[in-house]
Design a protein around this ligand. Sequence first.
Ligand SMILES: O=C(O)CCC(=O)C(=O)O
Length: 263
Amino acid sequence: MTHLNSTQHQAWKNNGYLKLSGFFNSDEVKDIQSWVFNISTWETTVDKWMHHYESTPNGARLSRSENFVPYHQKLKDTVTRGKVIDVVSEVMSEPAILYKEKINYKYPGGGGYAAHQDAPAYEFVDFHITCLISVDASTPDSGCLYFASGRHEEGFIALDEKGCIEPKTADTMNWTAVPTDPGDILLFGSYIPHKSPPNSSKHPRRIIYLTYNPKSQGDWREKYYDDKRQAFAEYAKDGTKRDEQISKIAHFRGKSIKNAESH
Ligand SMILES: O=C(O)CCC(=O)C(=O)O
């Protein structure tokens, strides 16, 4: 079964991203919202899922959770079989496998992200496709994504020491806001430049990001998280403060904090 028509395939090819409105129906959206809420209440662990926190005007809040799929069977079924993996495989032109996953919560006052490409942070495989699921509405006010349409075929663009697109170059790009509603998905490749502003609204802007690689290139999920844990353990000792980042690239513009009493 195919999910996309030829216009959508062409838009994917031209722009480097594709929004599919209403991919999940309202019952599915309610389930996804309750699963995300549930994950946000899980206690922090050292060896299973990872939570990251940021300081907001309303106090400490979760900024991100990662590596939760193995611990949530329903979400696992939703993202590793059925229509999500089918549509990702369709745009990938071959079967896809989950590489990593995260929830970015972006609660009111939560930080934005500097212009970047994902590829520098996604090692071991050359190309990835991310499927974003909009859990809440995302708007320019609440911190939706902006893409530099059509700039996905240029390899790394003006990579700076933070692993981001050097700000002077980013300022010359044409940025398109892509707002989403709950249940929409947005597919984008790992070379498309994107960024997002902070959440200046009164509403949470939760998004699930599911990143896949071609299955023919292997299953890297465990290796990705092992490597990330190891790298961050080293960052904590090397005096660079890189352990305050939420990714190997320093794209997050919020005020990360190590632990949070309340969230
Ligand atoms: O959630 C956002 O606002 C953008 C996130 C992003 O680009 C990333 O996590 O790499």
